[in-house]
Design a binder for this molecule. Structure first.
Ligand code: PLP
Length: 390
């Protein structure tokens, strides 16, 4: 009988385990050495070369999760993203990049690319025609983010992959918001998948890491560049990340369920003006999201109705933390204009629709009723404070 491919939770638990041959322990040992005796002259193990035992085995797990041939583990999402761009773009090349994008990535492109002589165009929107219009004769990479941070816009992954392929351009995606549980872009033809593993993959707000997944050939090309920049992850943290991923499937599915309930609750609330969540039928790209995502994720953003100040509201939360980052098992909220997208100008934020009232909500695994109660009491308290009477 042919061997059945493992299911998600089996991959999370068992793929990339290092067998403890010496003591038969149940979990992977950690190899902290920065110096390894030569097995043969071609294999030089060194943590900055991304090839210690823990780094190599975790890469197998990540590759399996994203249906890729190979992976590289980095010290942060930005280390992964910068290594990816600087491998495939050189002086005189051009990048087409989605306009609704994580602020740090936009910033990297705008601040660093001119120093390398790399050209770029931010699209006017996230429809296929917007990407097509932005392509130039020297375009080498098209980069997308879907669902995007913080507006949860949905880009047609297959459409972008096909467009890129038809023109001989590499397609790359930031898949952080979806996580490999909810979306596997390689199945739709995307060449390189990138994650900030600081988010769902780590999942406990205690690890900074990044990861790239692609074909053997692409990962090999990135490896040659990345070992020069030095952005690998320490083996202790690689080991912690492997442990975190054992519950990735369970955590993200619980977050999907909670988020759907929270999105419906917010959408039906009189004091909420709008909700951006791809799992709501009111989302403009609900059908597209449904066709390319297995779950709608734990991220959303919303605006309270006029007069209910977003900052005052967040200060009233008692259970949900108003804090940076996202995707941990604990629920968090923040104002993108003050944090993730603070480096964009007001004009740039207005253009894509990031208002000062927008609140990004990362839904955790807490009991739904407790989250609802916290939001409800914070709204009531905000009303009292801003003296808005019904
Ligand atoms: N991509 C997205 C969508 C993010 O939200 C972030 C961080 O918030 C990053 C990339 C950067 O990842 P890191 O902070 O791990 O460098």
């Amino acid at each position: 009988m042919a061997k059945k491919a493992y299911g998600l939770n089996t991959i999370c638990t068992h793929i990339g385990e290092i067998q403890d041959e010496q003591f038969k322990g149940s979990v992977s040992p950690i190899y902290m050495s920065t110096s390894y005796q030569f097995e043969d002259v071609d294999i030089k193990r060194y943590p900055r070369y991304f090839n210690t035992p823990n780094q190599e085995f975790l890469a197998k797990k990540m590759a399996a999760l994203e249906h890729a041939e190979a992976a590289l583990i980095f010290g942060s999402g930005m280390a992964a993203l910068s290594a990816m761009f600087l491998t495939f773009l050189k002086k005189g090349d051009h990048l087409v990049v989605q306009n609704t994008l994580y602020g740090g990535a936009s910033n990297f492109i705008k601040e660093e690319f001119p120093k390398y002589g790399i050209e770029f165009t931010f699209t006017d929107g996230y429809q296929i025609s917007d990407f097509e219009r932005a392509i130039q004769p020297n375009t080498k990479v098209i980069h997308i983010e879907t669902p995007s941070n913080p507006l949860l816009t949905i880009t047609d992954i297959k459409g972008v992959a096909e467009l890129a392929k038809s023109k001989g351009i590499l397609s790359t995606i930031d898949n952080t918001f979806a996580s490999p549980v909810n979306q596997n872009p390689i199945d739709f033809g995307i060449d390189v998948v990138m994650h900030s593993a600081t988010k769902y993959i780590g999942g406990h707000s205690d690890i900074l890491a990044g990861v790239l997944m692609a074909s053997e050939d692409i990962i090999n090309r990135v490896w040659h560049v990345a070992r020069n920049y030095g952005g690998s992850l320490s083996d202790m943290t690689v080991w912690l990340l492997e442990r975190s991923i054992k519950t990735l499937g369970l955590r993200v599915k619980a977050q999907n369920r909670n988020a759907k309930k929270m999105a419906r609750f917010l959408e039906n609330h009189d004091d909420v003006k709008s909700v951006n969540y791809p799992g709501l039928k009111s989302h403009p790209d609900y059908a597209l999201a449904k066709s390319q995502m297995k779950g709608f994720g734990g991220m959303m953003s919303f605006e309270l109705r006029e007069g209910l100040d977003a900052s005052i509201f967040q200060k009233q939360l008692q259970l949900i933390k108003s804090s940076m980052s996202l995707a941990g098992v604990e629920s968090t909220m923040l104002s993108p204009h003050l944090t993730s997208h603070a480096l964009l100008t007001q004009e740039e934020r207005d253009k894509v629709g990031i208002s000062n009232q927008l609140i990004r909500f990362s839904v955790g695994i807490e009991s739904k009723n407790d989250l609802i109660h916290d939001i409800e009491q914070a709204i009531q308290r905000t009303k009292e404070l801003v003296q808005v009477y019904m």
